[in-house]
Ligand binder design. Structure first.
Ligand code: BDP
Length: 679
């Protein structure tokens, strides 16, 4: 098994009783209400899946009859626009939904039900998405490279499009539709203006044609300076009438080429990208101009809040908040502001971004990263379900207890009519799509949680495992446990207790806590960990940068006191003396070293668990993951030794006697980093 089929594996159900029960219910598929491309797709997907799972032909047609599954588009106010219902009517199953796409989602849900070994439902199964725009963001470039992509090159073959349609595009669409993703931004946020040229729009349109039957709309990241770069104008000032006119004409052109175009994603005035501030305007001026250019078209603007000024003397943690909070209420109705889960940048654990709950008048999109930029690329096994859930469940207290990030972004807290969530894709041209086979679980979990953020991440892990790796209950259990622990394990051997941003410069791989100089101070490690002879950690209380003041009083109170601050966030907010006793009973130094050691040891535990399931998993997949786990252990030791020895130069304390001190000196490890970074 080379992993290409992802979780859409429809191998025959081993349980004959189950097969029989389903066979009686699924003799054929009847499509009512004509045959739009999406309904046809739904019927075809259901047919494909059922034939595989049940091991016999399933016909598709317009006629009825006993034992056939009926697909039916029917108004149902309880289902929203995209919700589905699978129920029994007159002895047969009916998949209904108010739109074609809803029926498609219902078909995939039905397949999931069968594939995870459940009997035909006795009560109706209904579900509707809690978030409206469920987006994958590709950071893919015209030349086929992928920014922070670790699974080969881009799946989009721009040079060959629009004539050559790689069959992968359709398989990609199927996978996304099966988990409810309904929008894709095809290009990098560090955008090339090229995508707005007629030549490229034709290419993007060809991709959109493949996505459309699967209910997926295509979006573009835009380069702010496009009017200058490709429009021949002398400015990109959003308030300049010529610039406005240029965008309006461009947008109309886009909709002529792609009638269901979704809209724009914008990174502006961030990390050197141009933006409205270059002309003395603000983010709202820029976003509103683009929203205006969309006119009557059914499109949106997602404006990113990932900004931090060059040469800032402050704390990077606060910068997006300081720039965006004052703009709350100033954005046009079609604008959503897209905010990363945490205030710095996709670290292995971050407190939730203080903008959540702080911009009640603006719909906020939660952006999470599936590509593991700071989480071991495609080498380390890290299941991100728990990370995503941790953010969604964080309580902002913005309207009292229970004002979770989930309720902020699904629009229920502030009663917004539009809502969105975005995952930065981890997909590439590798045969198995994601490099690490478990990367597929992150794509999967994102989609499932985007649809319904109340799902439990461990239940999603189990579901994915059953659909992808094995159906044997004991093995499913073992693998799901590994998945569920994996993120905490990664945090322990890299950045325990709230350490952050101490990784290798630029590449963002491996440890480099000693990094003191970079193009900007907030790209170094020492900026964040602040190790000295007294202790470790970034004081963000009122005595320090006071970033804590950006949160609601309840959050501030909890995190602002080192005694009540959860150990996982401790060094995010406090400079803690090495000898300070923590709630765990250990001193900071002992706790830190113990976590580094137990994290690295836990990778051995993961290896043992993986060995146990060997007879139950495809051999090719098993070997691949086992090999990657060996790298992971070697690199966990690298992180452990690097960090323990480096911080020891400040703490000047012995490694606790229960742990075996590293055998290699710090100097040797520093050289290792140089080799990795090819410096
Ligand atoms: C950082 C990445 C950088 C991205 C940037 C972003 O290092 O490559 O361009 O985020 O999100 O994580 O814009």
């Amino acid at each position: 098994d080379d992993g290409y089929r992802l979780w859409l594996k429809y191998d025959q159900l081993p349980d004959a009783r189950l097969r029989k029960a389903w066979q009686a219910q699924a003799k054929g598929i009847t499509v009512e209400n004509g045959a739009s491309p999406t309904l046809q797709t739904a019927a075809h997907e259901l047919q494909l899946g059922l034939q595989g799972l049940l091991g016999r032909p399933v016909s598709v047609g317009a006629s009825g009859g006993k034992g056939r599954i009926r697909l039916q588009v029917a108004a149902d106010p309880t289902l929203g626009k995209e919700g589905y219902k699978i129920s029994e009517q007159n002895g047969g199953l009916v998949v209904t939904g108010p739109t074609d796409a809803a029926v498609l989602y219902g078909c995939f849900a039905l397949l999931r039900h069968v594939q995870t070994g459940q009997m035909p439902p006795t009560a109706a199964l209904t579900s509707q998405p809690r978030v409206q725009y469920r987006m994958l963001n590709h950071w893919d470039n015209p030349n086929g490279t992928v920014e922070r992509g670790y699974a080969g090159s881009s799946i989009w073959k721009w040079l060959e499009l629009p004539e050559v349609i790689d069959p992968r595009y359709k398989d990609y669409a199927r996978a996304n539709a099966s988990i409810g993703i309904n929008g894709i931004v095809v290009n990098n946020v560090n955008a090339s203006a090229r995508y707005l040229t007629p030549e490229y729009l034709r290419k993007v349109a060809a991709v959109a044609d493949v996505m459309r039957p699967y209910g997926i709309r295509v979006y573009l990241s835009v380069m702010w300076a496009a009017p200058k770069l490709i429009g021949g104008l002398s400015t990109s000032d959003p308030l300049d009438p010529k610039v406005r006119q240029w965008w309006k004409a461009r947008t109309d052109e886009i909709y002529k080429t792609i009638p269901d175009f979704g809209g724009f994603l914008v990174k502006a005035n961030s990390e050197g990208e141009p933006g409205p501030q270059d002309y003395g305007r603000n983010h709202a001026d820029g976003a509103n101009m683009l929203a205006e250019s969309l006119g009557q078209h059914d499109g949106i603007v997602m404006w990113r809040a990932f900004v931090y000024k060059a040469n800032s003397k402050g704390d990077r943690f606060k910068e997006a908040y300081e720039e965006f909070k004052p703009l709350d209420g100033k954005f046009a109705p079609k604008v959503l502001v897209q905010v990363k889960n945490g205030p710095i940048d996709f670290q292995s654990r971050e407190p939730f971004h203080p903008l959540f709950g702080a911009m009640p008048r603006t719909p906020l999109v939660l952006e999470v990263q599936l590509t593991q930029e700071y989480l071991g690329f495609a080498t380390h096994l890290v299941y991100l379900g728990p990370l995503i859930k941790e953010c969604l469940e964080s309580d902002t207290y913005s309207q009292g207890k229970g004002s979770t990030v989930a309720k902020v972004i699904d629009g229920t807290l502030e009663k917004h009519s539009i809502s969105g969530i975005a995952g930065v894709a981890n997909i590439g041209s590798d045969r198995n799509w994601t490099g690490h086979p478990v990367g597929q679980a992150n794509w999967y979990a994102f989609g499932r949680l985007a649809w319904d953020h109340t799902l439990k991440s461990d239940a999603v892990a189990e579901e994915w495992t059953k659909m992808t790796l094995t159906r044997e209950p004991q093995a499913v259990n073992t693998i799901a446990q590994v998945l569920n622990q994996s993120r905490n394990i990664y945090v322990r051997y890299t950045t325990p207790l709230g350490l952050h941003h101490i990784m290798g410069q630029s590449i963002h791989y491996g440890p480099e806590p000693w990094l003191e100089k970079s193009a900007r101070p907030d790209w170094t490690s020492v900026y964040y960990h602040k190790a000295d002879s007294i202790g470790l950690g970034f004081d963000r209380t009122a005595k320090g940068s006071n970033a804590l003041s950006l949160y609601s009083p309840q959050v501030r109170q909890l995190w602002g006191n080192p005694a009540t601050c959860p150990p996982d966030y401790l060094l995010w907010f406090h400079h803690v003396p090495w000898g300070q006793r923590l709630s765990t009973g250990n001193t900071l130094w002992d706790e830190l070293t113990t976590r580094y050691y137990s994290g690295a040891d836990s990778v051995l535990w993961m290896q043992q668990q993986w060995e146990q399931v060997k007879p139950k998993v495809d051999p090719e997949q098993h070997t691949d993951i086992a090999s990657r786990l060996r790298i992971q252990h070697r690199e966990a030791l690298w992180w452990r030794d690097a960090c323990v020895l480096y911080f020891q130069t400040y703490a000047k304390r012995p490694i606790p006697p229960s742990l075996t001190p590293p055998t290699r000196p710090l100097a040797e490890i520093k050289e290792l980093v140089d080799i990795y970074q090819l410096r």
